[in-house]
Design a protein around this ligand. Structure first.
Ligand code: NDP
Ligand code: DXP
Ligand code: MN
Length: 382
């Protein structure tokens, strides 16, 4: 049966890899809608190749420029409302959420409200408002299918298992661009160096998050919401090769792991074909060639942002919303050269220190906390 997709963030790393899967097996998929930001040349190519009925771009100006180049019969939307239109007002069965940041929250809620299954790449959505998203998904009977490689690994290891038999989730972490540097060696590192992830080719924001270990912090919170496991039973293990994508330790001390080359097209496609599997246009893992896999205990002094994430997760409520939004602003400022790499964690600590957590927040309170954290992080002076 043809699966109908809407892709939020079609011009990014996850978005283009999702379309690569579609192009590789065109009879199995129909692209109903695409949302992008400002990369109009690529979006135009995608419209010509995949013929969506609706598209959305960042703002009115980009929408006008896009329309001027279009000969295809496609409805063009823009901005926050455009993202929500693409997420909820099409024939799509599943929405792939591949925009960056908590701007993914409202369209994801709109998609769930409209009864769409979610292929969830945008982890910030669950970090910002995990309780609202999971409650709404349960109420609407829609699946939150993980795309993030660690969560897809856990999801795959859970096949046929009872969640009550889980002793612990073990998320693997590559260590990011500066894995083998001491904290002293992080003074003065450049944006260019921080953007060189050892194993994965990804968008800029997540690559920086990987280097600060905020990415793993976001993923711990994401795992908590996706799998309903308390923070005391989520562990992070340094694994430089990113071949084991994550593991589950069961109550009988059996450990299940999912392995593969670091290629996001495998977890993206699994979200699309679940519970079945199909060939992917990727290379098979060759363990003999790799030779050995390495593991190290997580060093929370070297990577303090991970400890902050666990603390916010345990605190709950708006603490994780603020952690996420302050980080988004801090990473944007680092990428613009306004603050240093190590000051990303200073911003997080500074903003969180000022925040009074609201437990069980409504959507409006989440949005206010998010906005407040961004403003506060913008006021940080190095
Ligand atoms: N990349 C990866 O391998 C992984 C990513 N993720 C998560 O997936 C999400 C996407 O990451 P990634 O693909 O790396 O990010 P990218 O930066 O590569 O892509 C982001 C996408 O969002 C689009 N976008 C930005 N602003 C808007 C807007 N206002 N309206 C609509 N679209 C917009 C961009 O459009 P444009 O470029 O046209 O401006 C682009 O298509 C993140 O949450 C990340 O944490 C999770 C696991 C792995
Ligand atoms: C591909 C993916 O899922 C990323 O989130 C990846 O996990 C980043 O790797 P590290 O955060 O472990 O460096
Ligand atoms: Mn991941």
């Amino acid at each position: 049966m043809t699966k109908r997709l809407a892709i939020l963030g079609s011009t990014g790393s996850i978005g283009t890899q999702t379309l690569d899967i579609v192009a590789n097996d065109p009879d199995s998929y129909r692209v109903e809608a695409l949302a992008a930001g400002t990369n109009l040349p690529l979006l135009l190519e995608q419209i010509r190749q995949f013929r969506p009925s609706k598209v959305s771009v960042a703002d009115r100006e980009h929408a006008e420029r896009l329309k001027a180049h279009l000969s295809e019969p496609v409805q063009v939307y823009y901005g926050e409302e455009g993202l929500q239109e693409v997420a909820s007002q099409t024939e799509a069965d599943i929405v792939i959420t591949a925009v960056v940041g908590s701007q993914g929250l409202k369209p994801t809620l709109a998609a769930i409200e409209a009864g769409k299954h979610i292929g969830l790449a945008n982890k910030e959505t669950l970090v910002s408002a995990g309780h609202l998203v999971t409650e709404k998904a349960a109420r609407q009977g829609v699946k939150l299918l993980p795309v993030d490689s660690e969560h897809s690994a856990i999801f795959q290891c859970l096949n046929g298992e009872s969640p009550e038999d889980i002793a612990k989730l073990i998320l693997t972490a590559s260590g990011g661009s500066f894995r083998d540097r001491t904290r002293e060696e992080l003074h003065g590192v450049t944006v260019e160096d921080a953007l060189k992830h050892p194993n994965w080719s990804m968008g800029a924001k997540i690559t920086i998050d990987s280097a600060t270990m905020v990415n793993k912090g976001l993923e711990v919170i994401e795992a908590h919401w996706l799998f309903g496991i308390p923070y005391d039973r989520i562990e992070v293990l340094l694994h430089p090769e990113s071949v084991i994508h994550s593991m589950i330790e069961f109550v009988d001390n059996s450990v299940m792991a999912q392995l593969g080359n670091p290629d996001m097209r495998v977890p993206i496609q699994y979200a699309l074909t679940y519970p079945r599997r199909k060939k992917t246009p990727t290379d098979m893992l060759n363990l003999a060639e790799i030779g050995r896999l390495n593991f190290r205990e997580m060093d929370y002094n070297r990577f303090p942002c991970l400890r902050i994430a666990f603390d916010c997760g345990r605190e709950g409520g708006t603490a994780t919303t603020v952690f996420n939004a302050a980080n988004e602003e801090a990473v944007a400022r680092f990428l613009k050269g306004e603050i240093s790499f190590l000051q990303i964690e200073d911003v997080l600590a500074w903003v969180l220190d000022e925040h009074v957590t609201k437990k069980n927040p409504e959507l409006e309170e989440i949005l206010q906390a998010d906005q407040w954290a961004r403003e506060r992080a913008g006021q940080f002076r190095p």
